[in-house]
Design a protein around this ligand. Structure first.
Ligand SMILES: Cc1ncc(COP(=O)(O)O)c(C=O)c1O
Length: 380
């Protein structure tokens, strides 16, 4: 069976050039980057070259990039790092309702430990509600966390406005750009962001490696303690091959930026048009979106069963109702947008990638049309 993968927001395949770079590092660059000898310095050079690539991709200085073990760790490092660096009284942490669990669950843990945390509402279009943010900022805040692009809907958030409002009240801004990097041009200087998280496996790099951009001068307390790696910001011997993979993926992402997102947008729009023609179909999320994502609800459909039926037919997509494999918790993102529970349960996310072809989109659309019709017929 020829399988079609339309779940690139969950993870992407490794680019063959990344595999090659990582294989070389795994086999040959085995020194410890902290060692003074030749072997160590080879590894150090590989890590620093990757740091430069990542910095260039987001418009940062290399010294402002901290390598982490995931996007999740980057988000945690930022939130917890800012919280722990504060003096009493503890400033508030404001997080948007549609943040990834990497932010929301970390914020919840901090709230349990006594930090004042508040959630900022979103509109029905899936955009952070700027009026609510402004109101909540009146009492001041230490940090505002708003993602750049949402992983479920693809909706691009108004970061310029968020930063302006937050900075006017002296709050730092954490931007989770895990779903934006490689899809949008991201420039930390233009955005005036203080902290930005990214993850290699969302843009054709390896799993288990990410990075946090920390604007020079930002006070952040390290929570992984040990050696002096990453300028004392994240202890632990570097994952050299992973970091090399991230660096290579970052270089390729930058090169592809002008060509690939517009190509995917054409295919995504074609898929969306076909699927919205199905009776009772609607799109979740409005306004500017990243070019590869569409989130659709099909009235009367149980998305989990639809995803399983499509998988049997060879099409991999994900249900908006499950963010982690096996989880059947209804999507907190769609709920925050005010979608009725029945439509939340009926939502499916399609996310395209570099390998997606026009033929696959045609085939995928036909498979969804058939699967929806079959499920509806069974229900009747
Ligand atoms: C928006 C967003 N933030 C953070 C993460 C977590 O990244 P990682 O899988 O590298 O831990 C994800 C992954 O799905 C994501 O989509």
């Amino acid at each position: 069976m020829q399988r079609i993968y339309l779940d690139h927001n969950a993870t992407t395949p490794l680019d063959p050039r990344v595999v090659e770079a990582m294989t070389g590092a795994l086999a040959g660059t085995y020194g410890n980057p902290s060692s003074l000898h030749w072997f160590g310095q080879q590894a150090r050079a590989a890590v620093e070259e990757a740091r430069e690539s990542v910095a260039r991709l987001v418009g940062a200085q290399p010294a402002e990039i901290v390598f982490t073990a995931s996007g999740t760790e980057a988000d945690n490092m930022a939130l917890r790092g800012v919280a722990l660096a504060q003096r009493e009284p503890r400033g508030r942490l404001l997080v948007s309702a549609i943040e990834h669990h990497a932010v929301l669950h970390c914020a919840r843990a901090l709230a349990e430990e006594g930090w004042p945390v508040e959630t900022v509402r979103v509109t029905s279009a899936g955009l952070v509600d700027l009026e609510d943010l402004e109101r909540k900022l009146e009492a001041g805040a230490a940090l505002v966390a708003v993602m750049l692009a949402n992983n479920e809907t693809g909706v691009v958030q108004p970061l310029g406005d968020v930063v302006r409002l937050a900075h006017a009240r002296g709050a730092l801004v954490l931007c989770d750009a895990v779903q934006a990097v490689g899809k949008l041009s991201v420039d930390v200087r233009a955005l005036d962001i203080d902290l930005l998280a990214l993850s290699a496996h969302k843009f054709y790099g390896p799993k288990g490696v990410g990075a946090l951009y920390v604007r020079r001068g930002t006070r952040l307390k390290a929570f992984v303690r040990g050696g002096a790696q990453e300028r004392n910001r994240r202890a632990g011997t570097e994952n050299v091959a992973g970091v090399v993979g991230l660096g290579c993926a970052a270089r390729i992402a930058r090169e592809e930026l002008a060509r690939e997102p517009p190509r995917e947008a054409v295919l995504r729009d074609a898929l969306e048009e076909r699927l919205l023609a199905i009776a009772g179909a609607r799109r979740n999320g409005d306004g500017a979106r990243v070019s590869n994502t569409t989130n659709l609800s099909f009235d009367g459909i149980e998305a989990e069963s639809l995803v399983m039926a499509l998988d049997l037919a060879g099409l991999a997509v994900s249900s908006g109702a499950a963010c982690a494999a096996g989880a059947v918790e209804p999507s907190h993102v769609l709920r925050a947008m005010g979608l009725p529970p029945a439509l939340v349960q009926a939502s499916v996310r399609f996310s395209l990638g570099r390998g997606t072809t026009r033929e696959e989109i045609e085939e995928a659309a036909a498979l969804v049309e058939q699967a929806v019709a079959r499920q509806r017929a069974r229900r009747r």
